[in-house]
Write a protein that binds this ligand. Structure first.
Ligand code: SF4
Length: 58
């Protein structure tokens, strides 16, 4: 199974951020509704098993 680490929606927490932890990141996906675009974010680990929305990075 692929891991979140290889997903285009995975963004690692930068080392300078206060909540930095090795392997910790955010899953950030762009959504769109009738009012426009918005983003949903949730904490994930780079070693988490990929979900059904997994999209490999190019
Ligand atoms: S939770 Fe799913 S969409 Fe989010 S980074 Fe992991 S595999 Fe990608």
């Amino acid at each position: 199974m692929p891991k979140c680490e290889k997903c285009t929606f995975f963004f690692p927490i930068p080392e300078k951020d206060m909540d930095f932890e090795p392997g910790k990141g955010d899953c950030v996906e762009q959504q769109q509704d009738t009012k426009g675009k918005f983003w949903l974010s949730k904490p994930v680990s780079e070693n988490s098993e990929a979900c059904q929305r997994y999209r490999p990075r190019n």
